[in-house]
Design a binder for this molecule. Structure first.
Ligand SMILES: Nc1nc2c(c(=O)[nH]1)N[C@H]1C(S)=C(S)[C@@H](COP(=O)(O)O)O[C@H]1N2
Ligand SMILES: [Mo]
Length: 249
Protein backbone atom coordinates (compact mmCIF):
# COMPACT_ATOMS: atom_id res chain seq x y z
CA UNK A 1 0.00 0.00 0.00
CA UNK A 2 1.35 3.36 -1.01
CA UNK A 3 -0.31 6.16 0.92
CA UNK A 4 -0.84 9.67 -0.42
CA UNK A 5 2.16 11.29 1.23
CA UNK A 6 4.41 8.52 0.06
CA UNK A 7 3.13 8.63 -3.50
CA UNK A 8 3.75 12.37 -3.82
CA UNK A 9 7.24 12.04 -2.39
CA UNK A 10 7.97 9.26 -4.87
CA UNK A 11 6.75 11.49 -7.69
CA UNK A 12 9.35 14.05 -6.56
CA UNK A 13 12.11 11.51 -6.19
CA UNK A 14 11.37 10.08 -9.63
CA UNK A 15 12.50 13.43 -11.05
CA UNK A 16 15.97 12.91 -9.58
CA UNK A 17 18.50 11.19 -11.84
CA UNK A 18 20.54 8.06 -11.06
CA UNK A 19 18.39 6.46 -8.36
CA UNK A 20 15.44 4.23 -9.20
CA UNK A 21 12.44 5.37 -7.18
CA UNK A 22 11.40 1.88 -6.13
CA UNK A 23 14.89 1.12 -4.91
CA UNK A 24 15.07 4.34 -2.91
CA UNK A 25 11.57 3.97 -1.49
CA UNK A 26 12.40 0.56 -0.10
CA UNK A 27 15.35 1.71 1.98
CA UNK A 28 14.96 2.29 5.72
CA UNK A 29 16.05 5.87 5.26
CA UNK A 30 13.28 6.65 2.82
CA UNK A 31 10.68 4.92 4.98
CA UNK A 32 11.70 6.72 8.16
CA UNK A 33 10.92 10.15 6.71
CA UNK A 34 7.23 9.32 7.00
CA UNK A 35 7.48 8.91 10.74
CA UNK A 36 7.14 12.58 11.61
CA UNK A 37 5.53 15.59 10.02
CA UNK A 38 8.77 17.50 10.25
CA UNK A 39 10.65 14.65 8.56
CA UNK A 40 8.08 14.66 5.83
CA UNK A 41 8.34 18.43 5.34
CA UNK A 42 12.10 18.23 5.25
CA UNK A 43 12.18 15.38 2.75
CA UNK A 44 9.67 17.06 0.48
CA UNK A 45 11.57 20.34 0.57
CA UNK A 46 14.83 18.61 -0.28
CA UNK A 47 13.25 16.57 -3.03
CA UNK A 48 11.60 19.52 -4.68
CA UNK A 49 14.44 21.99 -4.28
CA UNK A 50 17.18 19.50 -5.16
CA UNK A 51 19.68 18.49 -2.54
CA UNK A 52 22.43 20.75 -3.86
CA UNK A 53 20.39 23.78 -4.95
CA UNK A 54 22.29 26.99 -4.24
CA UNK A 55 20.97 29.97 -2.34
CA UNK A 56 20.93 33.09 -4.51
CA UNK A 57 24.19 35.04 -4.67
CA UNK A 58 24.25 38.80 -5.24
CA UNK A 59 26.48 41.45 -6.82
CA UNK A 60 28.82 43.64 -4.71
CA UNK A 61 26.56 46.69 -5.23
CA UNK A 62 23.62 44.82 -3.69
CA UNK A 63 25.33 44.66 -0.30
CA UNK A 64 23.51 46.32 2.60
CA UNK A 65 25.16 49.45 3.98
CA UNK A 66 25.02 48.11 7.53
CA UNK A 67 24.97 44.60 8.92
CA UNK A 68 23.25 44.81 12.27
CA UNK A 69 24.08 42.42 15.08
CA UNK A 70 21.38 40.24 16.60
CA UNK A 71 21.20 37.95 19.63
CA UNK A 72 24.54 37.98 21.46
CA UNK A 73 26.63 40.98 20.41
CA UNK A 74 29.72 39.89 22.31
CA UNK A 75 30.90 37.12 24.61
CA UNK A 76 30.87 38.38 28.14
CA UNK A 77 33.95 36.66 29.56
CA UNK A 78 37.49 37.82 30.43
CA UNK A 79 38.83 35.10 28.11
CA UNK A 80 36.97 36.52 25.14
CA UNK A 81 38.06 40.09 25.95
CA UNK A 82 41.67 38.89 26.03
CA UNK A 83 41.22 37.06 22.71
CA UNK A 84 39.70 40.16 21.15
CA UNK A 85 42.61 42.30 22.37
CA UNK A 86 45.14 39.88 20.87
CA UNK A 87 43.38 39.65 17.49
CA UNK A 88 42.26 36.11 18.37
CA UNK A 89 45.84 34.84 18.11
CA UNK A 90 44.97 31.90 20.38
CA UNK A 91 41.44 31.12 19.15
CA UNK A 92 40.88 27.41 18.68
CA UNK A 93 38.33 25.62 16.57
CA UNK A 94 37.88 21.96 17.47
CA UNK A 95 36.59 19.43 14.98
CA UNK A 96 35.54 16.47 17.08
CA UNK A 97 32.92 13.86 17.91
CA UNK A 98 32.37 10.94 15.50
CA UNK A 99 35.55 11.57 13.52
CA UNK A 100 38.64 9.42 13.01
CA UNK A 101 40.97 12.41 13.03
CA UNK A 102 39.98 15.05 15.62
CA UNK A 103 41.58 18.41 14.90
CA UNK A 104 42.19 21.72 16.62
CA UNK A 105 42.60 24.58 14.16
CA UNK A 106 43.94 28.09 14.70
CA UNK A 107 42.62 31.06 12.74
CA UNK A 108 45.70 30.79 10.53
CA UNK A 109 44.82 27.16 9.81
CA UNK A 110 41.29 28.21 8.86
CA UNK A 111 42.63 30.96 6.58
CA UNK A 112 45.09 28.53 4.94
CA UNK A 113 42.32 26.23 3.65
CA UNK A 114 40.82 26.82 0.16
CA UNK A 115 38.43 29.77 0.53
CA UNK A 116 34.96 30.52 -0.76
CA UNK A 117 33.50 34.04 -0.92
CA UNK A 118 29.75 34.47 -1.34
CA UNK A 119 27.43 37.46 -1.32
CA UNK A 120 24.20 36.24 0.21
CA UNK A 121 21.14 37.43 2.07
CA UNK A 122 20.77 36.75 5.76
CA UNK A 123 17.13 36.28 6.76
CA UNK A 124 16.29 36.56 10.45
CA UNK A 125 13.06 34.97 11.59
CA UNK A 126 12.29 38.24 13.40
CA UNK A 127 11.69 39.86 10.03
CA UNK A 128 14.83 41.58 8.78
CA UNK A 129 17.36 40.75 6.07
CA UNK A 130 20.84 41.92 5.12
CA UNK A 131 23.06 41.19 2.11
CA UNK A 132 26.79 40.77 2.71
CA UNK A 133 29.88 39.01 1.47
CA UNK A 134 31.14 36.17 3.66
CA UNK A 135 34.48 34.39 3.20
CA UNK A 136 35.90 31.17 4.62
CA UNK A 137 36.56 27.50 3.93
CA UNK A 138 33.68 25.18 3.11
CA UNK A 139 32.74 23.13 6.15
CA UNK A 140 33.07 20.03 3.95
CA UNK A 141 36.86 20.57 3.81
CA UNK A 142 37.09 20.43 7.59
CA UNK A 143 34.80 17.42 7.83
CA UNK A 144 36.74 15.54 5.16
CA UNK A 145 40.06 16.31 6.86
CA UNK A 146 38.65 15.08 10.17
CA UNK A 147 37.23 11.97 8.47
CA UNK A 148 33.66 11.98 9.74
CA UNK A 149 32.41 8.48 10.48
CA UNK A 150 29.43 6.78 8.81
CA UNK A 151 27.40 6.85 12.04
CA UNK A 152 27.31 10.64 12.13
CA UNK A 153 23.92 12.10 11.23
CA UNK A 154 24.27 15.69 12.44
CA UNK A 155 26.89 18.39 12.84
CA UNK A 156 26.61 20.42 16.03
CA UNK A 157 28.06 23.95 16.24
CA UNK A 158 29.36 25.02 19.66
CA UNK A 159 29.64 28.72 20.53
CA UNK A 160 31.48 30.74 23.15
CA UNK A 161 28.49 32.83 24.25
CA UNK A 162 25.96 32.09 26.93
CA UNK A 163 22.44 33.55 26.72
CA UNK A 164 20.26 33.52 29.86
CA UNK A 165 22.27 30.68 31.40
CA UNK A 166 22.47 28.41 28.32
CA UNK A 167 25.33 28.06 25.89
CA UNK A 168 24.28 28.96 22.35
CA UNK A 169 24.52 26.01 19.97
CA UNK A 170 22.99 24.83 16.73
CA UNK A 171 22.92 21.74 14.51
CA UNK A 172 22.29 20.71 10.92
CA UNK A 173 21.98 17.42 9.04
CA UNK A 174 24.71 16.08 6.77
CA UNK A 175 23.15 17.42 3.56
CA UNK A 176 23.28 20.95 4.95
CA UNK A 177 26.74 20.40 6.48
CA UNK A 178 28.21 19.34 3.12
CA UNK A 179 26.35 21.94 1.06
CA UNK A 180 28.84 24.03 -0.98
CA UNK A 181 27.61 27.31 0.53
CA UNK A 182 28.01 26.10 4.13
CA UNK A 183 31.22 27.84 5.17
CA UNK A 184 33.14 28.67 8.34
CA UNK A 185 33.36 32.43 7.80
CA UNK A 186 36.16 34.64 9.13
CA UNK A 187 35.54 37.67 6.90
CA UNK A 188 32.54 39.95 6.43
CA UNK A 189 32.73 42.26 3.40
CA UNK A 190 36.45 41.58 3.14
CA UNK A 191 37.30 42.49 6.75
CA UNK A 192 37.73 40.28 9.81
CA UNK A 193 34.25 39.61 11.23
CA UNK A 194 33.32 42.35 13.75
CA UNK A 195 32.65 41.46 17.38
CA UNK A 196 28.88 41.94 17.11
CA UNK A 197 28.65 39.60 14.10
CA UNK A 198 30.46 36.68 15.78
CA UNK A 199 34.23 37.30 15.72
CA UNK A 200 36.41 35.55 14.91
CA UNK A 201 34.46 32.65 13.32
CA UNK A 202 30.81 32.10 12.51
CA UNK A 203 28.85 29.66 10.41
CA UNK A 204 27.13 30.63 7.18
CA UNK A 205 24.45 28.12 6.21
CA UNK A 206 22.88 29.98 3.36
CA UNK A 207 19.68 28.01 2.83
CA UNK A 208 18.68 28.29 6.47
CA UNK A 209 17.27 31.07 8.63
CA UNK A 210 19.56 33.33 10.68
CA UNK A 211 19.44 31.52 14.00
CA UNK A 212 21.23 28.52 12.44
CA UNK A 213 24.31 30.66 11.62
CA UNK A 214 26.23 30.07 14.84
CA UNK A 215 28.50 32.97 15.87
CA UNK A 216 31.61 32.85 18.15
CA UNK A 217 32.24 29.31 16.87
CA UNK A 218 34.47 27.14 19.07
CA UNK A 219 33.75 23.61 17.88
CA UNK A 220 32.19 21.54 15.15
CA UNK A 221 31.03 18.19 16.47
CA UNK A 222 29.80 15.15 14.53
CA UNK A 223 27.08 13.22 16.37
CA UNK A 224 24.68 10.36 15.67
CA UNK A 225 21.78 12.01 17.50
CA UNK A 226 20.91 15.40 18.97
CA UNK A 227 18.56 13.95 21.58
CA UNK A 228 21.05 14.06 24.46
CA UNK A 229 22.47 17.52 23.80
CA UNK A 230 21.13 20.25 26.09
CA UNK A 231 17.33 20.33 25.65
CA UNK A 232 17.45 17.70 22.89
CA UNK A 233 15.89 19.87 20.18
CA UNK A 234 19.13 20.66 18.33
CA UNK A 235 19.60 24.33 19.10
CA UNK A 236 19.32 27.14 21.61
CA UNK A 237 16.02 28.53 20.23
CA UNK A 238 14.66 25.09 19.38
CA UNK A 239 15.15 23.99 23.02
CA UNK A 240 13.05 26.99 24.10
CA UNK A 241 10.29 25.89 21.74
CA UNK A 242 10.49 29.19 19.87
CA UNK A 243 11.72 28.02 16.47
CA UNK A 244 11.78 24.74 14.55
CA UNK A 245 14.93 22.71 14.03
CA UNK A 246 14.49 22.67 10.25
CA UNK A 247 14.89 26.29 9.18
CA UNK A 248 15.01 25.92 5.38
CA UNK A 249 14.18 29.08 3.48
N1 LIG B 1 26.47 32.26 19.11
C1 LIG B 1 25.36 32.86 18.65
N2 LIG B 1 25.05 32.71 17.36
C2 LIG B 1 23.95 33.33 16.85
C3 LIG B 1 23.08 34.10 17.68
C4 LIG B 1 23.43 34.24 19.05
O1 LIG B 1 22.75 34.90 19.85
N3 LIG B 1 24.59 33.61 19.50
N4 LIG B 1 21.93 34.68 17.14
C5 LIG B 1 21.43 34.10 15.86
C6 LIG B 1 20.43 34.91 15.17
S1 LIG B 1 18.82 34.82 15.71
C7 LIG B 1 20.72 35.64 14.06
S2 LIG B 1 19.53 36.43 13.16
C8 LIG B 1 22.13 35.80 13.61
C9 LIG B 1 22.49 37.26 13.66
O2 LIG B 1 23.74 37.46 13.05
P1 LIG B 1 24.36 38.92 13.09
O3 LIG B 1 24.54 39.31 14.53
O4 LIG B 1 25.63 38.84 12.35
O5 LIG B 1 23.35 39.85 12.41
O6 LIG B 1 23.05 35.07 14.40
C10 LIG B 1 22.58 33.86 14.90
N5 LIG B 1 23.68 33.17 15.55
MO1 LIG C 1 17.55 35.72 14.02
Amino acid sequence: MVDVKRRSLLAGIAALPAVGCTELAETQAARSVFDTAEGWHRAAHRTLAGRQALAREYAPEDRSPDIRGNGSLTVDTPEYRAQLASGFADWQLDVRGLVDNPMTLSLDDVRALPQRAQITRHDCVEGWSAIAEWTGPQLSHLLDAARVREEANFIVFRCADNLNGSDYYESVDMVEAYHPQTIVAHRLNGEPIPEKNGAPLRMRIERQLGYKHAKYLTAVEAVASIDDINGGKGGYWEDRGDYQWYAGI
